[in-house]
Design a protein around this ligand. Structure first.
Ligand code: ZN
Length: 156
């Protein structure tokens, strides 16, 4: 993988470290393909413009700089697929507007979460893994455990 690093933050997004549960995310967890990083920047910008009063989106883990294992030793459960720069986690906006990852599905602004999912679908993301509790819908959306507070997008 020829990785590029997602910036530590942007005008329209923050990065989130899912292990330390803080922003920003550490540098070595923010590598993706050029296509993935551009897509994240594009979709988060468009989302922010459409929802100027929403909290900034939190982008979590992508992959390590040269790809490879991102399993139990590095991150939360269900994380093993972040290996080749084609995967990224984006946390759903919270109802209370706090710029932290939601802890439960009940804290998620479901309307904004569905809009975020719709935007990734329209941007051409073929696979989106989402938790079952929020009942988010769309082409390519697959229910996945441990994903009630973020959408996992996968290119390729
Ligand atoms: Zn993920």
């Amino acid at each position: 993988m020829r990785g590029v690093k997602l910036p530590v933050r942007g005008t329209h997004f923050l990065t989130w470290d899912p292990v330390r549960k803080t922003t920003p995310n550490r540098w070595w967890r923010r590598y993706g393909t050029d296509e993935l990083v551009r897509l994240l920047l594009r979709v988060t910008r468009a989302f922010a413009r459409a929802h100027p009063h929403a909290p900034r989106l939190l982008i979590g883990d992508l992959s390590r700089p040269r790809g490879g294992d991102f399993g139990r030793a590095y991150g939360p459960l269900g994380h093993v697929s972040h290996q080749n720069g084609l995967d990224a986690d984006v946390y759903y906006p919270r109802k209370d507007g706090r710029e932290r990852a939601p802890l439960t599905a009940a804290q998620v602004d479901r309307r904004l979460a569905q809009d975020l999912v719709d935007r990734f679908i329209r941007a051409g993301v073929p696979t989106l893994l989402v938790g079952p509790s929020l009942k988010l819908r769309g082409r390519g959306v697959q229910p996945w455990p441990n994903h009630d507070n973020h959408v996992h997008i996968r290119l390729g």
